[in-house]
Design a binder for this molecule. Structure first.
Ligand code: NAD
Length: 330
């Protein structure tokens, strides 16, 4: 038994689970492990310093898996100025079949990708943004609830509402993102009308995730209360793991009279966050994590995780069926 959805059919995957783009985590090791386990692994374009480095990472991933995998291109404020179109062109040149886009003004990049026949999964945190992406002919929407890690948007709508709104008002198939870590979550997402789920933080806590074991353990030890929302003042609200640097950044955000982004920039810097994953000091910089950290209690391989997740989802669907009885038996 397994799940046959629009997502598994279009992407050629076995389990309806996409590994979301994660800065400084979405390298070849993780993407290939997720794909080998039957989901869709995703490389994060901006984790590679240049488009040429992304090309090398794509080629490296191909040596590690024969299964489909994708690339994430996130268009949000950055301290540098990434050449998004060049990253997209590398995806096209290298024959990537699926790209996850996210962020602001995605039209030029989506148009470029679509003109090359690439399947585009666009991630958004509001139905209005989803409707705009539908006009750009994206293939799937990734509906990202407020529970999610990283850029939560400014509307704070959680997934029970957001997914139902998506089902009620969008013509394009969608996957559910934010707050998913297990098969019960997958079954719930399918019941709400999604074709599958996107998981980020859950995959950080796997054997193959190329980050320090201390950070995986910090996730296991954390509860759903251990995230912090920073950067609302600059309409770029991000959900981080609650640590010393995130709290410091939040304090500056709340107390600064000038309100200049430059004041907190050294605290929220991605380069500093990257060090966390290398040196294992969870307080060295900010790093994104979803509320789902409260649901994660172990560090399995990607194969163990997806096998278990599929079994749990099947069990949840069967359990739901069992409560259905002819009225005469009630
Ligand atoms: P960075 O060091 O350039 O910036 C650090 C943080 O500050 C990011 O959240 C960024 O959005 C924000 N920021 C930068 N300039 C800003 C400004 N002028 N106003 C408001 N906010 C500003 O970021 P990075 O770690 O090198 O990552 C590069 C980009 O890729 C970022 O936008 C990042 O958020 C994005 N990204 C996010 C994910 C994810 O997991 N959500 C995945 C892939 C990429």
């Amino acid at each position: 038994m397994g799940f046959n959805t629009e997502l598994t059919r279009r992407l050629g995957i076995e389990v309806p689970v996409v590994q979301g783009g994660m800065q400084w985590v979405g390298y070849a090791e993780l993407a290939s492990a997720v794909s080998n386990a039957g989901g869709l692994g995703i490389l994060t374009a901006l984790t590679q310093s240049t488009p040429e480095d992304l090309r090398k990472e794509i080629r490296k991933t191909r040596t590690l898996t024969k299964k489909p995998f994708g690339v994430n291109i996130t268009l949000l404020p950055t301290m540098g100025a990434p050449p998004y179109d060049e990253y997209a062109q590398v995806c096209i040149d290298e024959g990537i079949k699926v790209v996850e886009t996210a962020g602001n003004s995605p039209k030029p990049v989506i148009k470029l990708l679509k003109s090359a026949g690439i399947i585009v999964i666009h991630k958004c945190t509001t139905i209005q943004h989803a409707a705009s992406a539908v006009k750009l002919r994206v293939d799937f929407l990734s509906i990202d609830g407020f529970e999610c890690a990283g850029h939560v948007g400014e509307s704070d709508i959680t997934n029970l509402i957001l997914l139902t709104r998506a089902r009620q008002s969008l013509d394009v198939p969608f996957i559910a993102s934010g707050g998913f870590a297990d098969g019960q979550g997958l079954a719930a997402a399918l019941a709400l009308g999604a074709e599958g789920i996107n998981m980020g933080t859950r995959f950080m806590c796997t054997v193959e995730a190329p980050i320090h074991i201390n950070i995986k353990q910090a996730i296991v030890d954390a509860s759903e209360h251990d995230t912090e929302l920073v950067m609302r003042r600059w309409t770029n609200t991000s959900r981080y793991f609650k640590n010393k640097v995130a709290s410091e950044a939040l304090k500056i955000e709340r107390t600064s009279t000038a309100g200049k982004f430059e004041e907190i920039a050294p605290f929220v810097s991605g380069k500093r966050g990257r060090e966390v994953f290398i040196n294992g000091d969870k307080d060295f910089g900010v790093w994104t994590a979803g509320q789902v950290i409260g649901l994660i209690h172990d560090i399995p391989t990607c194969q163990e995780l997806l096998t278990r997740l599929e079994e749990e989802a099947i069990e949840a669907v069967e359990k739901s069926r069992k409560v259905l009885q002819p009225r005469s038996n009630l």
